[in-house]
Structure formats: structure tokens, C-alpha cells
Write a protein that binds this ligand. Sequence first.
Ligand SMILES: *[C@@H]1O[C@H](CO)[C@@H](O)[C@H](O)[C@H]1NC(C)=O
Ligand SMILES: *[C@@H]1O[C@H](CO)[C@@H](O)[C@H](O)[C@H]1NC(C)=O
Length: 189
Amino acid sequence: MFLLRAAPYLLLTALASSVSAYFVVTSPKLNDQWANGDTRMVSWSKGALDGISSFDIEMSRMSTDGLTLVAKNVPSLDSSQKSINILLQDVPPGDDYFLLFINSTHGVMHATSPRFSILATGATSNSSAATNAKAPTVTVSGAPNPTQAFATTFAVVSGASRLLRAGQTWGVFGAVIAGVLSAVWTLLC
Ligand SMILES: *[C@@H]1O[C@H](CO)[C@@H](O)[C@H](O)[C@H]1NC(C)=O
Ligand SMILES: *[C@@H]1O[C@H](CO)[C@@H](O)[C@H](O)[C@H]1NC(C)=O
């Protein structure tokens, strides 16, 4: 009887964890330093079934309102594609930069990076200089300027709509299961 009663809870927990969004920026790390003229890797980790097949990356500062549009339609269907490289040029130095992982069409935020520093050209930065040779490199130049276009726009991924649809179906399925389970729950209690 205990198992019977626990089963709906366990199933719901499993459902909830598979549909909830997990999206974490793994690089840059807190207080990382990037010098202008250096190429650095931006990487992330996210749930495979979250329905997010692509997203946009923007950069901002805590002390000012400016936004730099870094990359649009970054593909994330392929699980091996979990990073891009960014080359900084003439970006004003500061210790309060962060990256936004967002759908800029409707403004839904997926994740933000920890705060990091940008140093002047030629400065020695203390963070890892690793880049992903297989990932594209986006050049970011100048001060944050929202009227500028995205520095790079990736081609829309084929199969994006397929994944999205799978995600939506899963959501509906989850709702149906939840309904059935609550009925079962009522019967048992
Ligand atoms: C943002 O969301 C819209 C509508 O859901 C979608 O069509 C678009 O592809 C999304 N943008 C990216 C970069 O995935
Ligand atoms: C780099 O320097 C900053 C500022 O001194 C510090 O907060 C940060 O922890 C350092 N990072 C590494 C990887 O040493």
C-alpha cells in the first residue's frame, strides 16, 4: 500500500524534474578576467529536453544599461555544441560584465553568467585561456550598444521545430498524467 501511494509522488517528481528548465552558464566563472584581444570560450550546460533548440547571447554591465548583442540563434540541439568562442575588441574595461542567455524575440531569459571583468588590451588575465577549436568564434567590438545588430547570427537550426514540438507534446502528456495521477490519488486516499 505504501508503494502504491508513493508511486504517484515518485512519478510526478520524475516528470517535474524532466520538464523543469536546467540551464547553467559554466564559463565565464565569477570574477574571471578577459583581456581585449583575447579569445575565450563561453560554455553552458542545459537540459536536453527543455525545448530550447537555440537562444541568443547578449552582454551587459551591472553599472550601466547598455546591451551588446553578441550572437543570435546559437544552436543547442546538438549536445556536442555547448560553447562558442568570443574575441573581445575595444570593449571598455570593467569588472561588472555578465552574459545573458535569452530569447530576444519575446525576452524570455534562460540563464545569466556570473559577473566577470574585461581588461584593457595587452593586460594579463588570470583566467583559463581555453577555447573550443570546433566552436565558432564571435567577435565583439566596442561599448554596449543596443542599436547595433547582433555581431553574429547563426543559421536557424533544422529540426528546431521538431524538438520544440516534442517538448510541447511532453508538456501536454505531463499535464494528462498529472490529471490521471491526482484521480488515482483521490481514489487511494
Ligand atoms: C524565440 O521564440 C520564438 C517563439 O517561440 C521562436 O520562434 C524563436 O525561434 C526563438 N528564438 C530562438 C533564438 O530560438
Ligand atoms: C582573478 O582575479 C580576480 C581579482 O583579483 C579574483 O577575484 C579572481 O578570483 C581571480 N581568478 C582566478 C581564476 O584566479
